[in-house]
Every structure is written in C-alpha cells, then in structure tokens.
Write a protein that binds this ligand. Structure first.
Ligand code: FNR
Length: 186
C-alpha cells in the first residue's frame, strides 16, 4: 500500500454555509486513498502581532502551527474578498509564517482552489494567494487550476455537491494533487 499523505486544508471563510467549505468537504470524499484531507480551523486565531511571539505565544497560534507542521501538504480553499484573499486566511498564513525561520509552510507541497458565487470564480484571490506561496516556499500545483464559479448552484439543501461536471473536475484535481504531493514531499 502506498503512503497516506496528510493534507491540512485551510478554508478562507468562517461562514456556516460557506460554499468554500462545502467544496473542501466534497473534495475530501473524492481524493484518492493516498491523501487524507483535514480542515484546520482558522477562525479562532488572534490577529498576528509580532510582540506576542516574543514571549509565550497565544495557545491558538501554537496549536495551529503544530497542526500544519504535522501535515505533509497544504490545500487552500478560499473565496475572494474585494478581489483578494479574505483577511482571516491572510492572518492564518501570517501566523504560520513566524517566528522567522520556523515557518510551517516551508517546502510543503500545496494547491489552491478559489470559490465564488460569481462568474469570475475568485481569480483575484487565487492569484494573490499564489503570490504569498511563492515567498513562503510552497510549491503550488500549477495544473489543473481550480476556479469554482457559480457556487450557489452546485449544492443541495444539505450541502451535498450535486453538479456532475464539478464532481468530475474535483476528482481529477484530487488525482493530480496526489501526484503533486508525492513528487514534492520532502
Ligand atoms: C465578497 N464577495 C466577493 N465575491 C467575488 O467573487 N469577488 C469579490 O471581490 C468579493 N468581495 C467580497 C467582499 C466581502 C467583504 C464579502 C463578505 C463578500 C462575495 C463572496 O464571494 C460570497 O459572499 C461567497 O459566498 C463567500 O464565500 P463563502 O463564504 O461562501 O465560502
């Protein structure tokens, strides 16, 4: 049996009925058995303040850093806020990147899925996020790109994915990501 790789999933929305979260949960059921996806919650992280890293950092930061550090790969599933990454996700990225020299992101293979009810499918957030990932030394999968638009019409009342072509796309995305993780895990 091949190694099972653990993937920390960060969802860039705190909304209970978040489409991004629904996409992340749908993908978790479609990836090959070599990947295990687990959402790491980011809504409880205090805003990043370097002063708080001088002494004992907030317990929520430490728990978050440990969880991401323990994972072998990272996946970001995010909406777009004002053509960029929601602040809550940027905060989590900043928390994980410090203290300097101890970034939890360094060399972890990653991927980005952007989600929007609109037609542009959160392209702006997807690419702003990729800009940070370059600096953070996260090899981010280039293909397939994942822009999930029209998200309000993809799920039933229980949050189950009902759109066949999106399901097929996510399955292919999961297969490609599994291969990407295997190739880039250090
Ligand atoms: C949005 N929304 C939005 N959508 C988009 O496609 N591009 C954008 O720039 C923005 N900007 C934006 C700013 C703020 C502050 C909010 C609250 C919303 C709409 C957004 O895509 C929509 O609310 C999604 O449903 C959010 O994703 P989740 O929560 O469903 O995952």
């Amino acid at each position: 049996m091949s190694t099972v790789r653990s993937v920390a999933v960060l969802v860039g929305s705190l909304r209970k009925e978040s489409f991004s979260r629904k996409v992340a949960l749908a993908l978790a059921g479609l990836v090959p058995p070599s990947l295990k996806l687990e959402i790491v919650e980011i809504g409880n992280l205090p805003l990043y303040d370097p002063d708080l890293d001088e002494g004992t950092p907030p317990a929520q930061w430490s728990a978050f850093r440990q969880k991401v550090k323990a994972a072998e790969a990272v996946l970001f599933v995010t909406p777009e806020y004002n053509r960029s990454v929601p602040g809550v996700l940027k905060n989590a990225i900043d928390v994980g990147s410090r203290p300097y020299g101890s970034s939890v992101w360094d060399r972890k293979p990653g991927a980005v899925i952007s989600v929007s009810p609109g037609a542009l499918a959160a392209f702006g957030a997807n690419h702003h996020l990729r800009q940070s990932l370059v600096f953070l030394n996260v090899p981010a999968m280039q293909q397939p790109e994942a822009y999930i638009g029209n998200a309000a019409n993809l799920f039933d009342a229980e949050g189950k994915l009902t759109n066949d072509s999106t399901r097929e796309f996510l399955r292919k995305f999961g297969d490609a990501f599994a291969a990407w993780v295997e190739r880039n895990c250090v």
